[in-house]
Design a protein around this ligand. Sequence first.
Ligand code: PHE
Length: 465
Amino acid sequence: MATSTATRGQWGSRMGFIMAATGSAVGLGNIWKFPYITGQNGGGLFVVIYLAAIALVGLPIMIAEIMIGRAAQASPVGAFEGLSKPGSPWSLIGYLGVATSTIVLSYYSIVAGWSLHYAWLSLTGGLSGLDVDAIGNTFGTVHASPGINIGWHFVFIAITSSVVAGGVSGGIERASKILMPALFLLMSVLLFDAFSQPGFWPAVKFVFQPDASEISAAAVLEAVGHSFFTLSLGMGAMLTYGSYLPKDTDIVKTSALISVLDTVIALVACLVLFPVIFTFGMQPQAGPGLVFKSIPIALSQVTGGRFLSIAFFFLLFFAALSSAIAMLEVAASTLIDRRGWTRKRTCAVMAGVTFVLGIPSALSGAGGFFEVGMEKTFGRSFFDLFDYLATNWALPLSAFFMAIFVGWVIPAERRRAEFADTNAGRVIYTVWLTTLRYVCPVAIFVLFLFATGILPETWLGKAPE
Ligand code: PHE
């Protein structure tokens, strides 16, 4: 049974949509992942490549993805069905989005759980009075503990699903309108503090000064893949949010604004993290533990550090929550639209599914089969395998097909109708369509040639480490 358009939710205002979509985009990808991959890839030049990827591939595909949702006013599977010929295989991209967002949410929730745990530790003084080594070792203990991981995973999924159960404007939009301003505020406080640290200018240099010796094809690959992840593309999340948009919203301007905000937050996150890292002589290459080890260590050394640490981990949690909401909404809207389930029932079922699916990832630091066994068989833990398959394969694959679908498959009038009918609108339309038709598919195709090893990753110079 399908739900009619009239009974589907809709955003209360354009601002509400911007908050929710920005909330979806700004997440662990910006604050946890972007700084550590920037650190691992040597800073400046990686940032330049990432900015180019956002502008040339990310933004055009975001416009396309939101457009699919808005044009069809349906969740991913129905949207592809509605805009293509009956019986064509395009709806598979919709199913891929539902599967990917559910899988990503299952391990995203584990990292979100770590931020909740650290927020809790900072709040209750659990990190106070410890020496630097002891604080650093806390991450190892957290990572290895089944109880901590599964417990916070449960709490995070419960919070996420209760927001989604509240509906589009009553739950998601309302939460985003609180979470996003809070995030911007906390970020400003932290940036203000970072500015006064001796490591601030070295950090600026590291993040903004390109150094050509650092470039590798692996870094380009990582930058493009991350641009999809950070803009929430390729999972049907922006498509679903776009399906709740009224017809008179300017998709181009709105997408540009979301991309800019997302990019600013990622860069500010670097300017918050790297100053403490340089001030305390730590290594920018620390990897996934960068946030969870370095920040508590660094903040334990400064006055007001406990307050800043509480602020930082709540910020991380808020960012994760508004992204997780978007991931859950993909499957939720699909089940509501296609099965006619109530929103509450859907959220309860999906909460159960994601909770169970996340358990192997929650156990990925605990030794045993999910860590050691998986590493022996697949070369990575369960958590890493999910992350690798989603970011390196599923997201680019589905972004590729979305570009083809909107650029070449849907009728021109459907595509044209979604754009403002002005002179400026026509110019932008042509630039966008050309990029979507040629630049995006070719760029992603080349990316796949690297990822499958058909083109060697050393092609651009330095070999990956
Ligand atoms: N963009 C989010 C981040 O950067 C992740 C995300 C992907 C959220 C897809 C929703 C959908 O963390």
